[in-house]
Design a protein around this ligand. Structure first.
Ligand code: HEC
Ligand code: HEC
Ligand code: HEC
Ligand code: HEC
Length: 216
């Protein structure tokens, strides 16, 4: 009997990564009654008729935000010159729920009523006090700044990958754009599927996430 239990436990352990991605994470809305049959992906994606208004949007099904923001400018210390006034690309997808203006359950053309919790509403105090996003981070920026690693030659250190920062953490054409998803995995797939707190792409213990890009 003990052996059987051990086997069951082992099988459960081996199967864990497959079930530990988005299921059960903060982005698993299946228990909230938003859909008739507990679907997970539908709040964000659709197999047919996805939105084409935001570039890079992967078969997008969620109502998009139209809010204009001001981004972090710093005290004149920022080297990057092309920080988009309003976040673009896939960051705009995140802000469709995380700026607090569109109900998280507004998808598939329907207007929802759910609200995002205060802690997750980034725009409640404006976007100027958040890490800059939607700008080019490439070898030239690293050289000009002096305090950044070259993303085209520096390993991301993401568990299970031997890729560099550009391939693993940057987006857009040529993998040069820093976006919300540079630091967060919306599907909670970090750590080989076991996930990290706050849906981070890698552990931030000893500031390892920050030190991936910042040579400090
Ligand atoms: C909370 C919103 C959200 C949910 C729920 C979600 N996704 Fe995504 N998905 C995104 C965003 C945003 C991107 C683009 C950013 C990225 O690739 O990290 C994306 C990208 C993708 C991509 C293309 C890039 C890649 O990672 O391969 C695929 C495929 C995908 N999602 C599949 C799924 C499936 C299947 C589900 C359900 C099991 C799902 N997603 C649930 C938001 C979501
Ligand atoms: C469909 C709406 C939706 C989209 C799109 C979405 N999120 Fe979320 N996100 C949520 C909700 C809802 C929560 C849980 C907070 C709450 O309960 O109100 C959450 C939680 C989070 C958290 C906190 C996780 C935790 O464990 O506390 C992070 C980080 C996050 N989201 C990042 C992102 C990023 C980055 C993107 C885009 C790549 C994104 N989200 C896209 C709705 C969304
Ligand atoms: C440079 C890396 C980086 C970028 C870019 C980034 N985040 Fe985060 N984010 C983090 C880290 C690290 C934490 C965890 C902070 C903590 O635990 O105190 C976090 C926390 C969060 C939380 C949880 C807030 C809380 O107080 O628990 C949400 C929601 C979130 N981020 C959403 C986003 C969205 C949406 C974007 C893009 C608009 C974004 N993040 C861009 C690194 C980043
Ligand atoms: C994917 C790469 C990446 C990660 C991860 C990352 N950053 Fe950044 N960060 C950048 C880039 C690129 C800039 C723009 C630097 C510039 O142009 O001066 C930046 C800008 C900043 C700035 C503003 C600098 C200024 O001159 O005003 C601070 C502060 C900062 N990051 C802190 C952090 C912290 C703290 C973390 C971890 C939670 C983090 N970053 C994670 C790439 C990253």
């Amino acid at each position: 009997m003990k052996k059987v239990l051990l086997l069951v436990a082992l099988v459960a352990l081996m199967a864990t990564p497959a079930f530990a991605y988005i299921s059960g994470s903060a982005h698993d809305f299946s228990g909230l009654g938003w859909t008739a049959n507990g679907q997970i992906c539908v709040a964000c994606h659709t197999p047919h008729g996805g939105s084409t208004t935001i570039s890079d949007a992967p078969l997008w099904n969620h109502t998009e935000t139209t809010t204009a923001y001001s981004q972090y400018v710093g005290g004149g210390t920022l080297t990057a010159l092309d920080v988009a006034a309003t976040p673009t690309g896939i960051s705009a997808l995140c802000l469709s729920c995380h700026d607090g203006t569109v109900a998280p359950d507004s998808f598939g053309g329907a207007t929802g009523t759910a609200t995002i919790s205060a802690y997750a509403n980034l725009n409640s105090d404006g976007m100027v006090n958040d890490h800059p996003i939607s700008f080019t981070y490439d070898g030239s920026l690293a050289t000009a700044d002096g305090g950044l690693f070259d993303p085209t030659t520096t390993a991301s250190g993401i568990v299970g990958s031997t890729g560099n920062i550009d391939a693993d953490m940057l987006f857009g054409t040529g993998n040069t754009e820093l976006e919300c998803a540079s630091c967060h995995d919306v599907h909670n797939g970090g750590n080989g599927g076991l996930g990290y707190p706050k849906l981070l792409v890698k552990s931030n213990a000893n500031s390892a996430l920050c030190l991936t890009c910042h040579n400090k």
